[in-house]
Write a protein that binds this ligand. Structure first.
Ligand code: NAI
Length: 395
């Protein structure tokens, strides 16, 4: 099958297996070039391991410090005339590359919110690894079936209290327009917290602790975002921000539970980047397009793997006392939030129109990164050639 990108709004409904493999290899090569992360993780469980920050965390653990990795994710295999999701192909490529390097890599594909998936994970850790010393929690999901109540919670990306109007961009068509988003209802706020908040992370850690598969001194991390004030109504102060506040609550609760065994739990605040999750948030893609322009001009641009490699190598595992912010969080959004970067973003923001989008923003860079998420536009891949879309995942 010859596979071409088919973009529908903020998703691409096709993915290229060879391109996804090249994307994974690009990240593995980067981590290897940066050198060994001394005292890095040895046995890592990555929940949300197939794309975005979770995939880059997995690649960093494996190729930075030779860690065994167990990846949990929810991806769709290929169907008769339809390629699989990119996370499916990424995970196949990662597993191959890790095993070629002599590293343990196994996968569990299914709903991480369910008790069944947690039980399967515990059994696999017990059988193969004994214990894990790192647990990354990097889920981004539009919904969660609560394992106790059976209720289906759907997350909403909305402001709270008042409607919010700002500029946004249709990244596919390149049209800049105003968007108004009505405030969330109390139910939508609670649902978003149920999906993207910290309860499931706590359930994972409780299950791991109870099964005694967390190594003494284990680290667990979840990821969050803050960003600049003009995105606060839709992010930090919106429904997703409420969920992230709950994630920080959970970090403290988990940290207290891990302390007796010298473990630790943190929220890391990461940079805004093009991923399948962030492209769905109104206004954010325009912000990212301007941010990329500014950060590239200043030589400060990073992608997911650069962020995760820096987090592991210079903060988490560098042996020095951790540099936490006043709220006890790790920060790798420091370059994004630099005063000179944000001043330039704020200067450009009101000037951007459909007509000058290509000059004032890095919309091209955004599109290139977006297509790369689906395995398109990677150097060295022949996109005219037919490729086998039906590839089994060893899970
Ligand atoms: P992503 O969409 O690239 O990855 C989400 C992962 O979760 C995938 O591996 C997917 O398979 C998995 N997943 C989703 N639902 C699942 C389920 N029910 N069961 C098992 N696996 C499931 O997302 P991204 O952007 O990497 O986000 C990860 C975390 O990083 C999120 O907490 C997000 O808020 C945070 N973050 C993202 C930023 C960004 O700009 N993209 C910035 C800062 C933080």
């Amino acid at each position: 099958m010859v596979i071409k990108p088919k973009v529908r709004g903020f998703v691409c409904v096709t993915a290229h297996p060879t391109g996804c493999a090249a994307h994974v290899q690009e990240q593995a090569d980067y981590v290897q070039r940066k050198g060994t992360i001394r005292n890095g993780p040895q046995k890592a469980l990555v929940i949300g391991a197939s794309t975005g920050y979770g995939l880059s965390s997995r690649i960093t653990a494996a190729f930075g410090s030779g860690s065994a990795t167990l990846g949990v994710f929810y991806e769709r295999p290929s169907e008769e005339d339809r390629p699989a999701t990119p996370g499916w192909y990424n995970s196949i490529a990662f597993t191959r590359a890790a095993r070629t390097a002599g590293l343990y890599a196994k996968n569990l594909n299914g709903d991480a919110f369910s008790d069944e998936m947690k039980q399967q994970t515990l059994a696999l850790i017990k059988r193969d690894l004994g214990q894990v010393d790192l647990v990354i929690y990097s889920l981004a999901s539009p919904r969660r079936i609560h394992p106790r109540t059976g209720v289906v919670h759907k997350s909403a990306l909305k402001p709270i209290g008042a409607s919010y109007t700002n500029k946004t961009v249709d990244t596919d068509l390149g049209i800049v327009s105003d968007v108004t988003i009505e405030p969330a209802t109390a139910e939508e706020i609670a649902d978003t917290v149920a999906v993207m908040g910290g309860q499931d992370w706590e359930m994972w850690i409780d299950a791991l602790l109870q099964a005694q598969v967390l190594a003494p001194g284990a680290t667990t991390l979840a990821y969050s975002y803050i960003g600049p004030e003009h995105t606060w109504p839709i992010y930090k102060n919106g429904t997703i921000g409420r969920a992230k506040t709950d994630l920080e609550r959970a970090a403290l609760a988990i940290d207290a539970r891990l302390r007796p065994s010298a473990g630790r739990a943190y929220v890391a605040i990461n940079k805004a980047l093009v991923t399948q999750a962030s492209s769905a948030i109104p206004v954010v893609p325009l912000y990212i397009s301007i941010l990329y322009k500014v950060m590239k001009a200043k030589g400060l641009h990073e992608g997911c793997v650069e962020q995760m490699q820096r987090l592991f190598a210079t903060q988490l595992y560098n042996g020095a006392p951790l540099q936490l912010d006043s709220e006890g969080r790790l920060r790798v959004d420091d370059w994004e939030m630099r005063a000179d970067v944000q001043a330039e973003v704020a200067r450009l923001w009101p000037l951007v129109t459909t007509e000058n989008l290509s000059q004032l923003t890095d919309i091209e860079g955004y599109r290139t990164e977006f297509l790369k998420l689906f395995g398109f536009g990677l150097p060295g891949v022949n996109y005219h050639a037919g490729v086998e879309p039906h590839v089994p995942l060893d899970s």
